[in-house]
Write a protein that binds this ligand. Structure first.
Ligand SMILES: Cc1cc2nc3c(=O)[nH]c(=O)nc-3n(C[C@H](O)[C@H](O)[C@H](O)COP(=O)(O)OP(=O)(O)OC[C@H]3O[C@@H](n4cnc5c(N)ncnc54)[C@H](O)[C@@H]3O)c2cc1C
Length: 318
């Protein structure tokens, strides 16, 4: 079958639509997404753009909107599976949005401002260093603040939602706007933030606590995470969401899936809800393995597993 993959935007068109505007930051063309995802899987993106600042991002989004060129946003790429046919359109990386600092301090709490490209673990280390409480359970979760908000990342009974006060976003139609955390529809590994909306920054409230207690909790959660998850292997974290009242990992394990392998993708023997890239894995094999595992869990328990990882892009043949 003919390969239908064509770019919607190449270097010439990009220069034409972007050059009349100010848009600072690195831009790459036909960029392999495997270089930008923890899973190290995925075809090329027509354009991979890393705007340097908000004005540049705003101008890029305006141009894409005018030309009706689709885009997706990525943070640290730790929860993404990009298909083998790559991404049709533009991938916008927030990796240059790295400012973060205390915005306000009161007797019992601090308000922390973080741009969306701040690594989540930088925030956890900061709270550990100063004895600020609220995000201890997020220790060991890779990726950026923006990605953590988009998927309401969490563990050990904590989620980012609990400390989040407000989020600034940009959308091609609405421009820049701010919403309170309660308006974002944040729930277990999900938010109602529309796909065409880019998270720019967040304000988070952390409680001042006894430093030793914060350190103890963080160290204990990290120890548990290291003991139960294959953190040194190539994965995107949990593949499926936990169904109500149970753990997807346990169901997958009990359905006999640990060690199942298609191509170079294997169900982890350490934690069954982690799929590992054992070398040169393809997205198509990852998706086939997801289907096989889903089927086995459905056959044995009658439970339908839902993906937690975000799947983007196209199959090789369009
Ligand atoms: C070893 C390992 C352990 C993990 N453990 C956990 C865990 O315990 N708990 C947990 O919740 N997750 C866990 N994860 C998954 C992942 O790290 C988190 O979901 C993380 O918060 C994703 O952040 P990111 O910046 O990498 O987002 P990405 O993977 O880049 O993107 C994820 C989604 O968010 C969207 N997005 C990213 N940035 C923005 C933005 N600025 N604006 C709008 N949308 C955006 C993307 O479009 C995509 O849909 C783990 C992953 C790994 C590899």
């Amino acid at each position: 079958m003919a390969n239908k993959k064509q770019s919607i935007v190449d270097e010439r068109l990009w220069r034409k639509i972007i050059s009349p505007r100010e848009a600072r930051g690195e831009v790459k063309f036909m960029e392999p997404m495997r270089s930008h995802t923890y899973l190290q899987i995925g075809g090329t993106a027509d354009v991979f753009a890393c705007p340097q600042d908000t004005v540049s991002l705003e101008n890029i989004l305006a141009a894409l909107n005018e030309e009706r060129i689709p885009f997706v946003t990525v943070g640290g790429g730790t929860n993404i599976l990009v298909k083998d046919g790559g991404v049709y359109g533009v991938v916008i990386s927030l990796k240059n949005f790295r400012c973060g600092d205390i915005a306000k301090e009161e007797k019992d709490m601090v308000m922390f401002f973080a741009e969306s490209g701040v690594p989540l673990q930088k925030l956890v280390s900061f709270s550990k260093e100063h004895g600020y409480s609220g995000i201890e359970g997020l220790v060991g979760i890779p990726g950026f603040v923006g990605g953590a908000i988009a998927g309401n990342a969490g563990a050990f009974g904590y989620s980012i939602k609990d400390s989040l006060v407000s989020v600034k976003m940009i959308n091609p139609d609405k421009g820049i706007y701010e919403m309170s955390a309660s308006e974002l529809g944040l729930e277990y590994r999900a938010s109602k933030i529309p796909e065409d909306t880019v998270i720019l920054s967040a304000n988070m409230r952390l409680r001042k606590d006894v430093k030793e207690d914060v350190v103890k909790r963080i160290d204990s959660f990290l120890k548990q995470k290291r003991e139960t998850q294959p953190l040194l292997e190539i994965s995107a974290g949990c593949v499926f969401k936990n169904p109500e009242g149970t753990s997807a990992g346990r169901l997958i394990d009990e359905a006999g899936c640990k060690g199942m392998r298609i191509g170079d993708v294997e169900v982890s023997r350490v934690h069954a809800n982690f799929f590992i890239n054992k070398g040169d894995a393809k997205a198509s094999d990852f998706l086939k393995l997801m289907d096989e595992v889903k089927k086995k869990v459905m056959d044995m328990f009658g439970v339908e597993l839902e993906p937690e990882i975000r799947i983007m892009g196209r199959n090789v043949n369009g």
